[in-house]
Design a protein around this ligand. Structure first.
Ligand code: UDX
Length: 430
Protein backbone atom coordinates (compact mmCIF):
# COMPACT_ATOMS: atom_id res chain seq x y z
CA UNK A 1 0.00 0.00 0.00
CA UNK A 2 1.02 3.62 -0.33
CA UNK A 3 1.20 5.56 2.92
CA UNK A 4 2.07 9.14 3.82
CA UNK A 5 3.31 10.04 7.26
CA UNK A 6 3.11 13.70 8.32
CA UNK A 7 5.91 14.54 10.73
CA UNK A 8 9.32 12.96 10.96
CA UNK A 9 9.97 13.31 14.65
CA UNK A 10 10.42 10.41 16.97
CA UNK A 11 7.19 8.55 16.14
CA UNK A 12 6.89 9.66 12.50
CA UNK A 13 10.36 8.53 11.46
CA UNK A 14 10.07 5.24 13.31
CA UNK A 15 6.72 4.28 11.84
CA UNK A 16 7.71 5.45 8.34
CA UNK A 17 10.80 3.21 8.36
CA UNK A 18 8.91 0.31 9.93
CA UNK A 19 6.00 0.52 7.48
CA UNK A 20 8.57 0.44 4.65
CA UNK A 21 10.17 -2.60 6.32
CA UNK A 22 6.86 -4.51 6.25
CA UNK A 23 6.43 -3.78 2.54
CA UNK A 24 4.55 -0.50 2.15
CA UNK A 25 5.59 2.42 -0.06
CA UNK A 26 6.04 5.29 2.36
CA UNK A 27 6.51 9.01 1.96
CA UNK A 28 7.38 11.04 5.04
CA UNK A 29 6.32 14.71 4.87
CA UNK A 30 8.04 17.27 7.09
CA UNK A 31 8.62 21.01 6.88
CA UNK A 32 12.22 20.64 8.08
CA UNK A 33 14.48 20.41 5.02
CA UNK A 34 17.44 19.04 6.98
CA UNK A 35 15.39 16.15 8.32
CA UNK A 36 13.99 15.43 4.86
CA UNK A 37 17.50 15.44 3.37
CA UNK A 38 18.76 13.18 6.12
CA UNK A 39 16.04 10.55 5.52
CA UNK A 40 16.61 10.67 1.76
CA UNK A 41 20.34 10.19 2.36
CA UNK A 42 19.56 7.05 4.34
CA UNK A 43 20.38 8.56 7.73
CA UNK A 44 17.85 8.41 10.55
CA UNK A 45 17.30 11.92 11.97
CA UNK A 46 16.94 10.52 15.50
CA UNK A 47 18.90 7.91 17.40
CA UNK A 48 16.97 4.68 18.02
CA UNK A 49 18.48 1.19 17.98
CA UNK A 50 17.79 -0.46 14.61
CA UNK A 51 16.39 2.68 12.97
CA UNK A 52 19.51 3.66 11.04
CA UNK A 53 19.61 0.22 9.42
CA UNK A 54 15.97 0.47 8.34
CA UNK A 55 16.28 4.02 6.97
CA UNK A 56 19.46 3.10 5.12
CA UNK A 57 17.87 -0.08 3.73
CA UNK A 58 14.68 1.55 2.42
CA UNK A 59 15.62 5.17 1.60
CA UNK A 60 15.41 5.82 -2.12
CA UNK A 61 13.28 2.72 -2.54
CA UNK A 62 10.19 2.17 -0.38
CA UNK A 63 10.93 5.17 1.84
CA UNK A 64 11.32 8.77 0.82
CA UNK A 65 10.87 12.13 2.50
CA UNK A 66 9.65 15.45 1.15
CA UNK A 67 8.53 18.90 2.24
CA UNK A 68 5.74 18.81 -0.37
CA UNK A 69 2.29 17.92 0.94
CA UNK A 70 1.18 17.00 -2.59
CA UNK A 71 2.97 13.70 -2.01
CA UNK A 72 -0.05 12.52 -0.04
CA UNK A 73 -2.24 12.61 -3.16
CA UNK A 74 -0.60 9.47 -4.48
CA UNK A 75 -1.15 7.55 -1.22
CA UNK A 76 -4.06 5.54 0.24
CA UNK A 77 -3.79 6.81 3.78
CA UNK A 78 -2.11 9.61 5.72
CA UNK A 79 -0.90 9.26 9.31
CA UNK A 80 -0.61 12.45 11.38
CA UNK A 81 2.46 12.00 13.59
CA UNK A 82 2.93 15.56 14.79
CA UNK A 83 3.90 16.80 18.26
CA UNK A 84 1.26 17.66 20.88
CA UNK A 85 3.25 19.57 23.50
CA UNK A 86 1.99 20.26 27.02
CA UNK A 87 0.56 23.58 28.09
CA UNK A 88 1.23 24.81 31.64
CA UNK A 89 -2.17 23.64 32.89
CA UNK A 90 -1.69 20.09 31.53
CA UNK A 91 -3.86 20.53 28.41
CA UNK A 92 -2.18 19.55 25.15
CA UNK A 93 -1.37 22.21 22.61
CA UNK A 94 -3.07 21.18 19.36
CA UNK A 95 -1.77 24.01 17.20
CA UNK A 96 0.78 21.89 15.30
CA UNK A 97 -1.77 19.12 14.75
CA UNK A 98 -4.31 21.68 13.55
CA UNK A 99 -1.84 23.22 11.12
CA UNK A 100 -0.98 19.74 9.82
CA UNK A 101 -4.66 18.84 9.42
CA UNK A 102 -5.29 22.08 7.51
CA UNK A 103 -2.40 21.36 5.14
CA UNK A 104 -3.61 17.81 4.58
CA UNK A 105 -7.16 19.08 4.03
CA UNK A 106 -6.05 21.70 1.51
CA UNK A 107 -4.09 19.07 -0.38
CA UNK A 108 -6.94 16.55 -0.36
CA UNK A 109 -9.11 19.07 -2.24
CA UNK A 110 -7.22 17.80 -5.31
CA UNK A 111 -7.55 14.13 -4.43
CA UNK A 112 -9.21 11.76 -6.89
CA UNK A 113 -10.92 9.04 -4.93
CA UNK A 114 -11.16 7.95 -1.33
CA UNK A 115 -8.57 8.76 1.36
CA UNK A 116 -8.09 7.85 5.01
CA UNK A 117 -6.53 10.27 7.52
CA UNK A 118 -5.31 8.58 10.71
CA UNK A 119 -4.28 10.32 13.93
CA UNK A 120 -1.10 8.73 15.24
CA UNK A 121 -0.23 11.43 17.76
CA UNK A 122 -1.54 11.15 21.31
CA UNK A 123 -4.65 13.34 21.50
CA UNK A 124 -7.38 13.51 24.13
CA UNK A 125 -10.67 11.75 23.35
CA UNK A 126 -12.85 13.35 20.66
CA UNK A 127 -9.97 15.43 19.19
CA UNK A 128 -9.90 13.50 15.92
CA UNK A 129 -13.68 13.70 15.50
CA UNK A 130 -14.23 17.23 16.78
CA UNK A 131 -11.05 19.09 15.82
CA UNK A 132 -9.20 17.20 13.07
CA UNK A 133 -12.18 16.03 11.00
CA UNK A 134 -13.87 19.47 10.72
CA UNK A 135 -10.55 21.04 9.63
CA UNK A 136 -10.10 18.36 6.98
CA UNK A 137 -13.66 18.87 5.75
CA UNK A 138 -13.45 22.68 5.71
CA UNK A 139 -10.12 22.82 3.91
CA UNK A 140 -10.80 20.06 1.39
CA UNK A 141 -14.49 20.63 0.66
CA UNK A 142 -14.80 16.83 0.81
CA UNK A 143 -17.46 14.94 2.73
CA UNK A 144 -16.47 12.91 5.78
CA UNK A 145 -17.68 9.31 5.59
CA UNK A 146 -18.02 9.45 1.81
CA UNK A 147 -14.96 11.03 0.19
CA UNK A 148 -12.68 10.42 3.11
CA UNK A 149 -12.60 8.91 6.58
CA UNK A 150 -10.75 9.51 9.81
CA UNK A 151 -9.05 6.93 11.97
CA UNK A 152 -6.98 6.73 15.13
CA UNK A 153 -4.05 4.38 15.69
CA UNK A 154 -2.26 4.97 19.01
CA UNK A 155 1.40 4.15 19.43
CA UNK A 156 2.98 2.41 22.41
CA UNK A 157 6.66 2.91 21.54
CA UNK A 158 9.24 3.24 24.29
CA UNK A 159 12.34 5.33 23.77
CA UNK A 160 15.29 3.06 23.19
CA UNK A 161 13.20 0.18 21.83
CA UNK A 162 10.86 2.01 19.45
CA UNK A 163 11.66 -0.12 16.39
CA UNK A 164 11.28 -3.46 18.17
CA UNK A 165 8.16 -2.20 19.98
CA UNK A 166 6.60 -1.23 16.64
CA UNK A 167 7.56 -4.42 14.83
CA UNK A 168 6.66 -6.67 17.77
CA UNK A 169 3.68 -5.00 19.46
CA UNK A 170 1.69 -6.43 22.38
CA UNK A 171 -1.42 -5.20 20.61
CA UNK A 172 -2.50 -3.14 17.61
CA UNK A 173 -5.35 -0.66 18.17
CA UNK A 174 -7.30 0.46 15.11
CA UNK A 175 -9.96 3.12 15.64
CA UNK A 176 -12.37 4.00 12.86
CA UNK A 177 -15.91 5.19 12.17
CA UNK A 178 -16.82 3.29 9.00
CA UNK A 179 -16.41 -0.26 7.65
CA UNK A 180 -14.41 1.11 4.75
CA UNK A 181 -11.90 2.83 7.04
CA UNK A 182 -11.70 -0.25 9.27
CA UNK A 183 -10.94 -2.46 6.24
CA UNK A 184 -8.25 -0.09 4.97
CA UNK A 185 -6.58 0.12 8.38
CA UNK A 186 -6.65 -3.69 8.58
CA UNK A 187 -4.92 -3.86 5.18
CA UNK A 188 -2.24 -1.43 6.39
CA UNK A 189 -1.51 -3.49 9.50
CA UNK A 190 -1.98 -7.04 8.12
CA UNK A 191 1.67 -7.46 7.01
CA UNK A 192 2.94 -6.18 10.37
CA UNK A 193 0.53 -8.35 12.35
CA UNK A 194 1.50 -11.42 10.34
CA UNK A 195 5.22 -10.74 10.73
CA UNK A 196 4.78 -10.18 14.50
CA UNK A 197 3.13 -13.60 14.92
CA UNK A 198 -0.44 -12.39 15.27
CA UNK A 199 -0.68 -10.02 18.26
CA UNK A 200 -4.26 -9.06 19.22
CA UNK A 201 -5.81 -6.47 16.92
CA UNK A 202 -8.34 -4.29 18.70
CA UNK A 203 -10.83 -2.79 16.24
CA UNK A 204 -12.67 0.00 17.94
CA UNK A 205 -14.07 3.50 17.61
CA UNK A 206 -11.96 6.61 17.11
CA UNK A 207 -12.47 8.11 20.59
CA UNK A 208 -12.00 4.69 22.20
CA UNK A 209 -8.63 4.39 20.44
CA UNK A 210 -7.66 7.84 21.70
CA UNK A 211 -8.64 6.86 25.24
CA UNK A 212 -6.82 3.50 25.10
CA UNK A 213 -3.52 5.34 24.69
CA UNK A 214 -4.15 7.55 27.72
CA UNK A 215 -5.52 4.68 29.78
CA UNK A 216 -2.43 2.62 28.94
CA UNK A 217 0.06 5.29 30.00
CA UNK A 218 -2.04 6.40 32.99
CA UNK A 219 -2.14 2.80 34.18
CA UNK A 220 1.61 2.24 33.85
CA UNK A 221 2.47 5.57 35.51
CA UNK A 222 0.00 4.84 38.33
CA UNK A 223 1.42 1.35 38.75
CA UNK A 224 4.86 2.88 39.39
CA UNK A 225 3.38 5.49 41.74
CA UNK A 226 1.53 2.79 43.67
CA UNK A 227 4.78 0.82 43.91
CA UNK A 228 6.46 4.00 45.18
CA UNK A 229 3.70 4.64 47.73
CA UNK A 230 4.01 1.08 49.04
CA UNK A 231 7.81 1.26 49.01
CA UNK A 232 7.67 4.50 51.03
CA UNK A 233 5.56 2.69 53.64
CA UNK A 234 8.09 -0.17 53.63
CA UNK A 235 10.86 2.34 54.25
CA UNK A 236 9.07 3.71 57.32
CA UNK A 237 8.97 0.20 58.79
CA UNK A 238 12.50 -0.77 57.74
CA UNK A 239 11.06 -3.35 55.35
CA UNK A 240 12.91 -4.32 52.16
CA UNK A 241 10.53 -2.93 49.52
CA UNK A 242 12.22 -4.77 46.69
CA UNK A 243 11.47 -8.12 48.30
CA UNK A 244 7.89 -7.07 48.89
CA UNK A 245 7.29 -5.78 45.35
CA UNK A 246 9.06 -8.76 43.76
CA UNK A 247 6.68 -11.04 45.64
CA UNK A 248 3.65 -8.91 44.75
CA UNK A 249 4.64 -8.99 41.07
CA UNK A 250 4.47 -12.80 41.08
CA UNK A 251 0.69 -12.57 41.23
CA UNK A 252 -0.27 -13.06 37.59
CA UNK A 253 -3.08 -10.52 38.02
CA UNK A 254 -0.48 -7.89 38.91
CA UNK A 255 2.69 -8.80 36.99
CA UNK A 256 6.24 -7.71 37.74
CA UNK A 257 6.68 -5.00 35.08
CA UNK A 258 6.63 -1.33 36.13
CA UNK A 259 6.88 -2.12 39.83
CA UNK A 260 10.38 -0.63 39.97
CA UNK A 261 10.13 1.75 42.94
CA UNK A 262 12.39 4.78 43.17
CA UNK A 263 12.55 8.43 42.29
CA UNK A 264 9.64 8.11 39.85
CA UNK A 265 8.64 8.49 36.23
CA UNK A 266 9.73 11.09 33.70
CA UNK A 267 10.13 11.24 29.94
CA UNK A 268 8.13 12.70 27.11
CA UNK A 269 4.97 10.65 27.65
CA UNK A 270 3.94 9.67 31.19
CA UNK A 271 4.01 13.16 32.76
CA UNK A 272 2.44 14.82 29.72
CA UNK A 273 -0.20 12.17 29.15
CA UNK A 274 -1.31 11.85 32.76
CA UNK A 275 -1.54 15.65 33.05
CA UNK A 276 -3.52 15.84 29.79
CA UNK A 277 -6.09 13.21 30.71
CA UNK A 278 -6.53 14.73 34.18
CA UNK A 279 -7.11 18.16 32.56
CA UNK A 280 -9.46 16.69 29.94
CA UNK A 281 -11.40 14.83 32.64
CA UNK A 282 -11.76 18.06 34.61
CA UNK A 283 -13.05 19.84 31.48
CA UNK A 284 -15.62 17.08 31.20
CA UNK A 285 -16.64 17.58 34.85
CA UNK A 286 -14.78 14.64 36.38
CA UNK A 287 -12.05 14.84 39.01
CA UNK A 288 -9.56 12.01 38.29
CA UNK A 289 -8.56 11.48 41.93
CA UNK A 290 -6.43 8.37 41.43
CA UNK A 291 -4.40 9.93 38.64
CA UNK A 292 -3.94 13.16 40.59
CA UNK A 293 -2.60 11.06 43.46
CA UNK A 294 -0.24 9.24 41.06
CA UNK A 295 1.18 12.62 40.05
CA UNK A 296 1.43 13.72 43.67
CA UNK A 297 3.40 10.61 44.66
CA UNK A 298 5.67 11.14 41.66
CA UNK A 299 6.28 14.77 42.60
CA UNK A 300 7.02 13.75 46.16
CA UNK A 301 9.80 11.25 45.43
CA UNK A 302 12.56 13.77 44.58
CA UNK A 303 11.59 15.81 47.66
CA UNK A 304 11.90 12.66 49.80
CA UNK A 305 15.39 12.14 48.42
CA UNK A 306 16.42 15.53 49.66
CA UNK A 307 14.75 14.87 53.05
CA UNK A 308 16.79 11.68 53.41
CA UNK A 309 19.95 13.55 52.47
CA UNK A 310 19.15 16.15 55.15
CA UNK A 311 19.05 13.41 57.80
CA UNK A 312 22.77 12.87 57.15
CA UNK A 313 24.14 16.15 55.93
CA UNK A 314 23.14 19.78 55.52
CA UNK A 315 22.88 20.41 51.77
CA UNK A 316 23.62 24.11 52.21
CA UNK A 317 27.17 24.65 50.98
CA UNK A 318 27.66 20.89 50.47
CA UNK A 319 29.10 19.53 47.24
CA UNK A 320 26.39 17.14 45.95
CA UNK A 321 26.92 14.80 43.00
CA UNK A 322 23.80 13.96 40.99
CA UNK A 323 24.44 10.67 39.21
CA UNK A 324 22.19 10.24 36.19
CA UNK A 325 20.47 13.09 34.36
CA UNK A 326 18.51 11.20 31.65
CA UNK A 327 14.88 10.30 32.43
CA UNK A 328 15.80 6.64 32.12
CA UNK A 329 18.90 4.67 31.12
CA UNK A 330 19.69 4.15 27.44
CA UNK A 331 18.71 7.66 26.34
CA UNK A 332 20.09 11.20 26.36
CA UNK A 333 16.54 12.54 26.77
CA UNK A 334 16.14 14.68 29.90
CA UNK A 335 12.52 15.71 29.34
CA UNK A 336 10.76 15.60 32.70
CA UNK A 337 13.72 13.75 34.17
CA UNK A 338 13.42 13.43 37.93
CA UNK A 339 16.88 15.01 38.04
CA UNK A 340 15.30 18.37 37.16
CA UNK A 341 13.11 18.86 40.28
CA UNK A 342 15.88 17.32 42.37
CA UNK A 343 18.55 19.74 41.12
CA UNK A 344 16.11 22.63 41.53
CA UNK A 345 15.52 21.64 45.14
CA UNK A 346 19.26 21.18 45.79
CA UNK A 347 20.01 24.63 44.39
CA UNK A 348 17.21 26.13 46.51
CA UNK A 349 18.81 24.49 49.53
CA UNK A 350 22.14 26.12 48.70
CA UNK A 351 23.98 22.99 47.51
CA UNK A 352 26.92 23.09 45.13
CA UNK A 353 25.73 20.61 42.47
CA UNK A 354 27.85 18.52 40.11
CA UNK A 355 25.96 16.43 37.55
CA UNK A 356 27.09 13.37 35.67
CA UNK A 357 25.44 11.29 32.99
CA UNK A 358 27.09 9.04 30.38
CA UNK A 359 25.17 10.70 27.51
CA UNK A 360 22.68 13.33 28.69
CA UNK A 361 24.98 16.08 30.01
CA UNK A 362 24.65 18.40 27.02
CA UNK A 363 20.86 18.25 27.14
CA UNK A 364 20.80 18.96 30.87
CA UNK A 365 23.18 21.88 30.37
CA UNK A 366 20.28 23.66 28.62
CA UNK A 367 18.22 23.43 31.83
CA UNK A 368 21.05 24.12 34.25
CA UNK A 369 23.86 26.00 32.48
CA UNK A 370 25.44 27.08 35.77
CA UNK A 371 25.97 23.84 37.67
CA UNK A 372 29.16 21.79 37.28
CA UNK A 373 29.25 18.74 35.07
CA UNK A 374 31.74 15.91 35.43
CA UNK A 375 33.12 13.66 32.69
CA UNK A 376 32.78 10.50 34.74
CA UNK A 377 31.03 9.26 37.85
CA UNK A 378 34.44 9.06 39.53
CA UNK A 379 35.09 12.74 38.80
CA UNK A 380 31.64 13.70 40.09
CA UNK A 381 32.23 11.79 43.33
CA UNK A 382 35.75 13.09 43.96
CA UNK A 383 35.52 15.66 46.74
CA UNK A 384 31.73 15.46 46.99
CA UNK A 385 29.98 15.39 50.35
CA UNK A 386 27.00 13.45 49.06
CA UNK A 387 25.81 11.59 45.98
CA UNK A 388 22.22 11.23 44.78
CA UNK A 389 21.51 8.50 42.22
CA UNK A 390 18.69 9.42 39.84
CA UNK A 391 19.00 7.19 36.75
CA UNK A 392 19.57 3.43 36.81
CA UNK A 393 22.52 3.33 34.42
CA UNK A 394 24.36 -0.01 34.78
CA UNK A 395 27.67 1.75 35.40
CA UNK A 396 26.38 3.06 38.75
CA UNK A 397 25.90 -0.53 39.93
CA UNK A 398 29.64 -1.10 39.37
CA UNK A 399 30.80 1.91 41.43
CA UNK A 400 33.04 0.88 44.31
CA UNK A 401 36.46 2.46 45.06
CA UNK A 402 35.19 5.67 43.47
CA UNK A 403 33.25 6.38 46.69
CA UNK A 404 36.54 6.50 48.64
CA UNK A 405 37.38 9.80 46.94
CA UNK A 406 34.32 11.47 48.46
CA UNK A 407 34.86 13.95 51.27
CA UNK A 408 31.93 12.58 53.17
CA UNK A 409 30.41 9.53 51.48
CA UNK A 410 26.65 9.92 51.94
CA UNK A 411 24.85 8.10 49.14
CA UNK A 412 21.09 8.41 48.62
CA UNK A 413 20.08 5.92 45.97
CA UNK A 414 16.93 6.82 44.03
CA UNK A 415 17.02 3.66 41.93
CA UNK A 416 18.25 1.03 44.41
CA UNK A 417 21.14 0.25 42.11
CA UNK A 418 24.34 1.02 44.05
CA UNK A 419 25.95 -1.91 45.87
CA UNK A 420 26.12 -1.32 49.59
CA UNK A 421 29.69 -1.38 50.88
CA UNK A 422 31.73 -0.42 53.92
CA UNK A 423 32.89 3.16 54.09
CA UNK A 424 29.76 4.82 52.76
CA UNK A 425 26.61 5.97 54.48
CA UNK A 426 24.10 4.32 52.18
CA UNK A 427 20.39 5.04 52.09
CA UNK A 428 18.10 3.85 49.36
CA UNK A 429 15.15 6.15 48.70
CA UNK A 430 12.69 3.26 49.09
C1 UDX B 1 6.46 5.24 27.84
C2 UDX B 1 5.58 4.01 27.59
O1 UDX B 1 6.22 2.86 28.16
C3 UDX B 1 5.32 3.82 26.11
O2 UDX B 1 4.44 2.72 25.91
C4 UDX B 1 4.70 5.10 25.57
O3 UDX B 1 4.45 4.98 24.17
C5 UDX B 1 5.60 6.30 25.85
O4 UDX B 1 5.86 6.38 27.26
P1 UDX B 1 9.07 5.81 27.67
O5 UDX B 1 8.70 7.21 28.05
O6 UDX B 1 10.04 5.59 26.57
O7 UDX B 1 7.75 4.99 27.27
O8 UDX B 1 9.66 5.17 29.01
P2 UDX B 1 9.42 3.93 29.97
O9 UDX B 1 10.44 2.91 29.72
O10 UDX B 1 8.00 3.49 29.97
O11 UDX B 1 9.75 4.64 31.38
C6 UDX B 1 9.05 5.82 31.79
C7 UDX B 1 9.54 6.30 33.13
O12 UDX B 1 9.13 5.42 34.17
C8 UDX B 1 11.07 6.42 33.25
O13 UDX B 1 11.39 7.62 33.93
C9 UDX B 1 11.46 5.22 34.09
O14 UDX B 1 12.64 5.45 34.84
C10 UDX B 1 10.25 5.09 35.01
N1 UDX B 1 10.03 3.73 35.52
C11 UDX B 1 9.75 2.70 34.66
C12 UDX B 1 10.08 3.50 36.90
O15 UDX B 1 10.30 4.42 37.68
N2 UDX B 1 9.84 2.23 37.34
C13 UDX B 1 9.56 1.19 36.51
O16 UDX B 1 9.34 0.07 37.02
C14 UDX B 1 9.51 1.43 35.12
Amino acid sequence: MKLSIIGSGYVGTTIAACFAEVGHDVVNVDIDEDIVASVNDGDAPIHEPGLDELVEKHAGDRLRATTDYDAILDTDATFLALPTPSEDDGHIDLSIMEAGARSVGRTLADKDGYHLVVTKSTVVPTTTEEVIAPLLEDESGLELGTDFDIGMNPEFLREGSAVSDFLGPDKVVLGSQTDRAAALLRDVFDPLVERAGGPPVVETGVREAEMIKYANNAFLASKISLANDLANICKEYGIDSEEVLDAVGLDSRIGSAFLGAGVGWGGSCFPKDVAAIVAAARDAGYEATMLEAAVEVNDRQPVRMLDILREHTDPSGARVAVLGLAFKPGTDDVRNSRAIPLIDALLDAGADVVGYDPVATENMREHFPDIDYADSAADALAGADAALVVTDWDEFAALDDEFDAMTDAVVVDGRSIVSRRDGIVYESLV
